[in-house]
Design a binder for this molecule. Structure first.
Ligand code: BGC
Length: 745
């Protein structure tokens, strides 16, 4: 992991100058203006509250969100700078989650690259485009660990593992922010949702979360800590109750953990309306009480619930809150504006965006990122890669030519889906072949998406009638029948994962599996390409379809990247950042479980369910390439390491096949006993390699106190035990090449 960076590093202004200018600003600001800096105004029509212009003119706004209009940014900024009492510039914020105009694979997919340079380079481009549009701040990275694939927002995170998640979190922060907050091609990042949101009960979005301190410290918080160490400028508090305290009023999280323990110097924004929502959640008595709880807990900025601006003056007047407490919350907001150089350069160049969006290298990064993110789940008999001289190819399925499903969820306001679909990618790859297409029956959510319904110009298409669906089904089968090779493109649409998009089942929605079975029955070679934002329980496909490529929601160049991989112009090398359960009801399912008193192989062992295997269909870390690899020569640098000391582990990885390929060497450890029981396996190192046929590379990992220690329930603190350890290195979380070592006192 990268070394901690100094928070908010900037080459253009010294720490001392920042402090002195913040003091000078505070000295001239009224209380109302100070509270205004803590207020984030909604710029969209759906947002409640007074007109943005009026709030800004009165000095009642520190930031504006839900707006994506360069000209309008400049108009509002002019009001802030020239007409508001202290002339403090605004921060313009928006969710730029995996691309502004050039869309990258969704974050779950980027994590599947097991290559931190993928999110880092992608978010560098996203930042450049967003900043050119006039945005200063993105609400990303979303770094919630999630072990329940029913939760729709699993698509936005890095999956189930804290070690991989921490690496991806830091990489995204580096991509968004770069090294210098004054860089005009970067934006402020925001680590969200602090904390525990990925553990909502049974994956139901927004539902309460109960997590022990041990789970929080060992599993949920590491990516957030990594974001702080990477210099992240802002945090966002989560919506839900964490152990009965709403995250937005959670003093322990925001004051003790984030500031006191981790030394975070930036500011925290609430999730949308979350401060006011503490009333609805049954925590705050009224909006005044909600504001007080948020402010006292250390939540700097209220995202559009207006509880701070409505109540802070009264809270101070009645002595519930001091002006000094308000100032403490305002300081980091002003400091960041200064560090960014916003006072010197408040306006966006209105001619810049078009030039930046035209950069061809942005599309190239997107295609590369998509290739590296895809996971080859299965390739029986080496069906893939396909030959480019095939004559008749049928591309079948409701997602085969669906641009928004190819881009995935979370587009910026006004974005028009423009992805290269799989159909278009295959056609471009095979200019001389006959490439036919049939979508088959439509897929749709049983309960429509609230987000879709609030989009401008929303006019829902009536559902297909059963007769129309039958006709579409037959047409798809006939199209497949006439081809020599079938590529099925199935999965979920962009609206089937994301916020408020949880589901109870993980099966392919609609009639997709039935269509897959009917097409497979034709006896043609079938390749299945999955487009989705969460693990799916594709049991039948795993048993019957020879080749399955998990393409996720791959972004603007997704179809080209799929075609590159299917036809061998790129090699697959991604690995699952989350296991694929056999059923939705198996969630939460994760590899880093504790050993039980009746482990697999023991006389008492019984699979945990009598109605099927509880193991994942595809385990964490799984993924194939077009060649084979061997791991050998596993060595630990010393059989015993002292408490607090470090050792190295090395292994040789050889490409034993006939073509070049990518493999990810993964190191897992298990502590055999200790103050607490430890998981049977935990990832503690990984490296993605490209190897030529016959080539061997030696990979070296370091294991020190950071990897060998943990938060102990029994000790109530960070602990490292003197104990024996197993370690494994291999291609997935079931790796068998094993060694041992001991930590001694
Ligand atoms: C989401 C956040 C997002 C915010 C602002 C909320 O509904 O939970 O992730 O950043 O809206 O759009």
């Amino acid at each position: 992991m990268n070394k901690a960076r100094k928070f908010g590093r900037t080459t253009s202004i010294s720490e001392a100058e920042v402090a002195q200018r913040v003091d000078a600003l505070l000295a001239k600001m009224s209380l109302a203006e100070k509270v205004g800096q803590l207020n984030q105004v909604g710029g969209a029509e759906f947002a409640p509250g007074p007109r943005a212009e009026d709030q800004i003119r009165a000095g009642g706004a520190g930031s504006v969100l839900w707006l994506n209009d360069t000209k309008k940014f400049n108009e509002l900024q002019k009001i802030a700078v020239e007409e508001s009492p202290s002339g403090i510039p605004l921060l313009f914020a928006l969710d730029v989650i995996h691309g502004y105009h050039t869309i990258f694979p969704v974050p779950l997919a980027m994590a599947a690259s097991w290559d931190p340079s993928v999110p880092e380079k992608s978010q560098t481009v996203a930042a450049r485009e967003a900043r050119a549009a006039g945005l200063h701040w993105t609400f990303g990275p979303m770094i919630d660990i999630c072990r329940d694939a029913r939760w729709g927002r699993i698509v936005e995170g890095a999956g189930e593992d804290p070690y991989l998640g921490a690496a991806m979190a830091a990489a995204q922060v580096r991509g968004f922010q770069g090294d210098d907050l004054a860089d005009p091609e970067r934006v402020l990042a925001c680590a969200k949702h602090f904390a525990g949101y990925g553990y909502s009960d049974a994956g139901r979005d927004y539902d309460p979360v109960f997590l022990s301190e041990t789970q929080l410290r060992n599993t949920v918080l590491p990516p957030f800590k990594a974001a702080v160490d990477a210099g992240v400028a802002t945090f966002m508090s989560a919506y839900m109750d964490l152990n009965d305290v709403p995250a937005s009023g959670n003093r322990w999280l925001m004051r003790q953990v984030l500031r006191e323990e981790w030394g975070f110097e930036g500011f925290v924004v609430s999730d949308a309306f979350a401060v006011g929502n503490m009333v609805i959640q049954g925590h705050a008595k009224d909006r005044r009480d909600a504001a007080l709880r948020g402010l006292k807990a250390g939540l700097n900025m209220d995202m559009s619930s207006y509880t701070y601006t409505e109540n802070a003056a009264d809270l101070v007047a009645k002595g519930d809150l001091s002006e000094a407490e308000v100032e403490e919350l305002v300081r980091p907001i002003l400091a960041l504006k200064l560090r960014m150089g916003l006072f010197e350069r408040p306006y966006a160049d209105e001619g810049l965006l078009e030039q930046v969006l035209a950069r061809p290298d942005h599309r190239e990064v997107s295609r590369w990122a998509a290739q590296r993110s895809m996971v080859l789940l299965k390739n029986e008999g080496g069906l893939l890669p396909l030959q480019k001289d095939i004559q008749k190819v049928a591309v079948i399925g409701p997602l085969a030519d669906n641009k928004s499903a190819t881009e995935g969820s979370w587009m910026v306001f006004g974005h028009q889906p423009a992805a290269v679909t799989v159909l278009a990618g295959v056609r471009a790859k095979l200019p001389n072949a006959e490439v036919t297409y049939a979508p088959g029956p439509e897929i749709r959510r049983d309960i429509p998406s609230w987000f879709e319904s609030m989009m401008a110009g929303y006019s829902p298409k009536p559902p297909e009638t059963p007769e129309e669906a039958d006709a579409a089904f037959q047409a798809a089968v006939e199209t497949a029948r006439a081809a020599d090779q079938v590529i099925m493109v199935l999965g979920e649409t962009d609206l089937m994962s994301g916020e408020a998009a949880s589901r109870a089942s993980l099966d392919l929605p609609g009639r997709q599996e039935e269509l897959l079975q009917a097409v497979a029955a034709l006896g043609k070679p079938v390749v299945l390409v999955l487009l989705n934002g969460r693990p799916l329980s594709v049991n039948w496909a795993a048993g019957h379809i020879p080749a399955i490529l998990e393409a996720w929601e791959p972004g603007s160049e997704g179809g080209n990247a799929v075609a590159d991989i299917l036809f061998g112009d790129a090699v697959p090398g991604g690995k699952l950042p989350v296991g694929f359960p056999r059923k939705g009801s198996h969630a939460p399912l994760y590899y880093a479980r504790n050993t039980t008193h009746s482990p697999e192989g023991s006389p008492m062992y019984n699979p945990r369910y009598w109605d099927g295997l509880p193991t994942p269909l595809y385990p964490f870390g799984h993924g194939l390439s077009y060649t084979t690899f061997e791991f050998s020569n596993l060595k630990v640098s010393m059989p015993q390491v002292k408490l607090g000391g470090s050792m190295t582990v090395s292994v040789d990885v050889t490409n034993t096949g006939k073509v070049p390929g990518d493999e990810v060497a993964q190191l897992y450890i298990h502590q055999r006993w200790g103050a607490d029981t430890r998981p049977m396996r935990e990832l503690k190192g990984f490296e993605r390699l490209t190897l030529q046929p016959g080539e061997t590379k030696t990979v070296t990992f370091e294991l020190g106190p950071a990897e060998l220690g943990y938060w102990s329930t029994n000790a109530s603190q960070w602990t490292q035990d003197a104990a024996a350890f197993d370690l494994w290195v291999g291609a997935d979380s079931l790796a068998t090449l094993q060694a041992e070592f001991e930590v001694v006192g």
